[in-house]
Design a protein around this ligand. Sequence first.
Ligand code: VGL
Ligand code: ZN
Length: 199
Amino acid sequence: MAGEALVVIDLQNDFCPGGALAVAGGDEIVPLVNDLIRGSEHVIMTQDWHPAGHSSFASSHPGRESYQSLAMPYGEQTLWPDHCIQGSRGADFHTGLAWTRAELVIRKGFRPAIDSYSAFFENDHTTPTGLAGYLRERGIGSITLVGLATDFCVAYSALDAVKLGFSVTVRLDACRGIDLGGSLDSMTARMREAGVTLR
Ligand code: VGL
Ligand code: ZN
């Protein structure tokens, strides 16, 4: 039987209340995620990991503000407050997260000129992170996604995973969203239409 993995997306301090890009209720999912970790054969985590001055930060574009969209060479990019700076406390996993069983941590968003929402591809949708190769080489065909944020990094990871041929479940009860201009509804619909199992 093909292996299964739990993929925990960006459960980091900056995405939890008190953090630089706090997702409402982001910390509430930690106990449930920990239960899922205990019950999973393989555990993989992603860590948003930006250099200071990253191009996805509004502060890198004078005159622009957070949550506005900006045309980048690779497409439209939402601008964010500075967050998940490499090595900062904000970039650490949430203190309560049972991260020690993670067999792989994929860091993403480390190239200054490009953001990376998905665990599989950067926002140009072509530069791979290596996660698909890891899963295939390990014989893992099914993944369950949990974490932050539902409508950004979780959703783009789920959509890419389906495209790559993986069987994908998103546990919505173990995710929380940002909901920018209706993005929670629209990305949930896109996941459903793509064949992601939503639970
Ligand atoms: C995320 C915005 C910027 C996420 C990461 O984890 O969903 N969102 N960087
Ligand atoms: Zn980010």
